[in-house]
Design a protein around this ligand. Structure first.
Ligand SMILES: [Zn+2]
Length: 429
């Protein structure tokens, strides 16, 4: 056998770092072996000191905007941010302007993403306007995203979406409406009171109850409390096809950040108490959540600095700093190395993509990371159009040096080496 490319060095394989040679042929990993047993290859790369290789990361919850919000982010800047963060597959949410909730809109988005993306991508559809389109939508979308405003239609929606991946944003709208009505002119610091964790717990309970015995692939995204994670786990133990994810901001930051950073740290669901963030981090450590997601949600800095509570849009970018932050947490002993699976293999499995691990048969997505060199997170350098982050000033000890996507060098030292449109659509399941 002769491969197109062999990369030799320390590699993250099966939960461990081992000395290995990864051979990639025709864009796919052909073999993983000890360097001595590696096949001959047209091109050979030997990693330098302090460098390790990881599978391409998979982020199953991002907002790359575009359409009428291209000023916040577009498919080029968003996927360059992904590449810089070692992410080779993103799954993009449908709450665009205009919303992606029909076959026509989904096709439009496929066209835009297909012409601009630098990394591979999957697309969610919103609660479909016309149920008659669902079977066609399924051929394109990796799943459906259900927002709180769709809950009133939930029983019929879940009937229609049996056997599809259904991602739930769990926040009970009635609870939020009631809490909001109690505060006449809210400040940013009131965000956590207006969207309390009780809203999340109620939503998880309500969705699980409605789901009942339907054959669903339910996925609860960005859980923020130990209570809701426990509910998902116990339902999983009873045999439901259920999974969940959490974000690094809910695991590593608390509502204290809102006091310091104001609107920059406004996000839905809100940052919670330190006790809650500890519970989320602990669930990541022990693998009780199935995935880590960035919920990359870019806005312009000016929008985040507005004075009026209601005028500050929720969310912040995360794609380019998530992997370096995870690796820094690993290096400092706060999480085990295996946490990497939550941002690679596990979300790839949920999406049904042949990515996220250095295993023969998977796409030849390899990220070369340099460990040890200290760097400070500085959002003015972001590829994303959103030049802010609640992680500004954090010291990170890992840097993405190279990214191979399907065996092609796609990024070197922060610069893209592939043309717009190199990213491929990963079709629905
Ligand atoms: Zn989101």
């Amino acid at each position: 056998m002769r491969a197109d490319l062999v990369i030799e060095g320390r590699a993250y394989v099966d939960g461990r770092l081992i000395e290995a040679a990864i051979a990639i042929d025709d864009g796919v990993i052909a073999s993983v072996s000890s360097p001595a047993l590696a096949p001959s290859a047209d091109e050979r790369l030997v990693l330098g000191p302090g460098q390790i290789m990881l599978p391409g990361m998979v982020d199953m919850h991002v907002h790359l905007r575009d359409f009428n919000q291209a000023y916040k982010e577009d498919w080029y800047t968003g996927t360059l941010a992904a590449l810089r963060g070692g992410v080779t597959l993103v799954a993009d949410m449908p709450n665009n302007d205009p919303p992606v909730n029909s076959l026509a809109r989904l096709r439009e988005k496929l066209e835009i993403a297909g012409s601009r993306a630098l990394v591979d991508f999957a697309l969610y559809c919103g609660a479909p306007m016309d149920p008659g389109e669902i079977s066609e939508i399924r051929k394109i979308a990796c799943g459906f995203k259900i927002y709180p405003e769709d809950y009133s239609r939930l029983p019929s929606l879940l009937d229609q979406l049996e056997e599809s991946l259904v991602v739930i944003h769990p926040e009970d709208p009635e609870t939020i409406m009631l809490e909001r009505s109690r505060i006449i002119s809210p400040r940013i610091e009131d965000h956590g009171r207006i969207r309390p964790k009780l809203a999340e717990i109620r939503a998880v309970d309500r969705v699980l109850e409605i789901a009942g015995s339907r054959r669903l692939r339910l996925h609860f995204t960005h859980l923020t409390t130990g209570d809701s994670i426990l509910r998902v786990i116990s339902s999983k133990l009873r045999g439901g096809g259920i999974s969940c994810d959490a974000t690094l901001h809910h695991a590593l930051l608390s509502s204290d950040a809102v006091k310091v950073l104001g609107g920059i740290a406004k996000v839905n669901p809100p940052l919670r108490s330190r006790e809650d963030s500890e519970a989320v981090l602990s669930a990541m450590r022990s693998g009780l959540v199935d995935a880590i997601t960035s919920d990359h949600a870019p806005h312009l800095l000016e929008e985040k600095l507005r004075d009026d509570y209601d005028e500050v849009p929720p969310g912040f970018p995360g794609l380019e700093i998530y992997l370096p932050i995870i690796l820094t947490e690993v290096l400092e002993g706060r999480v085990p190395l295996r946490v990497l699976d939550l941002y690679s293999r596990k979300p790839a499995e949920i999406l049904g993509a042949r990515k996220g691990s250095l295993t023969p048969g998977m796409d030849g997505d390899v990220v070369v990371v340099e460990l040890g060199r200290k760097r400070v997170i500085s959002p003015s350098d972001f590829a994303s159009k959103a030049k802010y982050t609640p992680f500004e000033g954090w010291k990170i000890k890992a840097e993405v040096r190279m990214v191979f996507l399907r065996g092609t060098l796609a990024l070197r030292d922060g610069e893209s080496c592939v043309r717009m449109g190199f990213g491929r659509h990963v079709a629905g399941s």
